[in-house]
Design a protein around this ligand. Structure first.
Ligand SMILES: C[S@@+](CC[C@H](N)C(=O)[O-])C[C@H]1O[C@@H](n2cnc3c(N)ncnc32)[C@H](O)[C@@H]1O
Length: 278
């Protein structure tokens, strides 16, 4: 069988993808095995699901595509075609600079036309037209923004990215209930961060939602992702002094440092634990 590409980042922009953790994640996967079912409860861009499937081609991987990222992947040709039209219109608009009239109007008219034909990937479009990290989700929002000519010069490609992965779209609690009694399951648990920008996610996560997720870690095989900004590990240690409940007890911890700019940085944390597998 033809060997397909191993992606080291999601093929289309996705905020919060676990790109910087892939090496540590792959190393940790060797503690698990290829016969297990891997359930990616908060699949996001599907990068963890893809990575597991590439690591253990025989295993079953369930990718919970809550944001419908796979629809963006399916429509990648439409996105490439839209971007190539924008490149033509912006040929005389300086690269990385503000898009002035009449070009902005022309950009919006092309986007509107694409929308009338059925599909526009506004998140991907945002990374070509808006200031870094800024995202919109529809035409109305886009039309109000200041635009910059950051249109990507090459086509996006996602060939083979979700091959062999089962795509579902459920609330994580429902999906967890379907698999929780199977001892051969490994849960990948990467919930929305509590204290970071959740602008492109469907729901805003309150503390209660964040704490609820801890229920999926009790007595299961898991990978859990968080950051030092959430203080969740410290909170659980503190609570365990009173209640004896600490889902992170005896978990292995791995961290990476992320520098946002010269003065601020944070630490991403991955905790994993094998409760049942041999
Ligand atoms: C931090 S991201 C996951 C990133 C992913 N691991 C990756 O590498 O791309 C968290 C994801 O959980 C999704 N989400 C939010 N509420 C959810 C729910 N109730 N059930 C399942 N997923 C949910 C968000 O929309 C977002 O895609």
């Amino acid at each position: 069988m033809k060997e397909t590409k191993k992606y080291i980042q999601a093929p289309l922009p996705f905020m919060g993808q676990k790109r910087r953790f892939l090496n540590e994640f792959k190393k940790a996967l060797s503690n698990y095995n290829s016969e297990s079912v891997y359930v990616d409860l908060f699949g996001g861009s599907g990068l963890l699901s893809h990575t597991v499937k590439k690591h253990y081609p025989k295993c079953q991987v369930i990718y919970n595509d809550y944001d419908n990222y796979s629809q963006r992947i399916k429509n990648i040709d439409k996105t490439n075609s839209l971007l190539s039209q924008l490149r033509l219109v912006l040929a005389n608009s300086p690269k990385d600079k503000k898009i002035e009239e009449p070009y902005k109007k022309q950009v919006l008219s092309i986007v509107k036309e694409a929308q009338n034909k059925g599909f526009v990937d506004y998140i991907t479009l945002s990374s070509s037209l808006l200031f870094s990290m800024k995202y919109v989700l529809n035409y109305e929002q886009l039309s109000k923004e200041t635009m910059y000519n950051c249109v990507r010069l090459t086509d996006y490609n996602a060939d083979g990215y979700l091959d062999g992965v089962t795509v579902v779209c459920e609330d994580y609690k429902k999906l967890f209930n379907q698999y929780k009694d199977n001892k051969n399951v490994v849960f990948l648990v990467d919930p929305p961060y509590l204290s970071t920008d959740v602008g492109t996610y469907k729901n805003y996560w309150k503390l209660k939602d964040y704490l609820d997720v801890l229920n999926v870690l009790e007595g299961t095989n898991y990978f859990y992702f968080t950051s030092n900004k959430s203080n969740i590990v410290e909170l659980c240690e503190w609570i365990s002094n009173i209640t004896n409940f600490n889902p992170f007890a005896n978990a292995t911890v791995s961290t990476t440092n992320n520098h946002m700019n010269y003065s601020s940085s944070y630490t991403d944390i991955m905790l994993y634990k094998v409760n049942y597998l041999n």
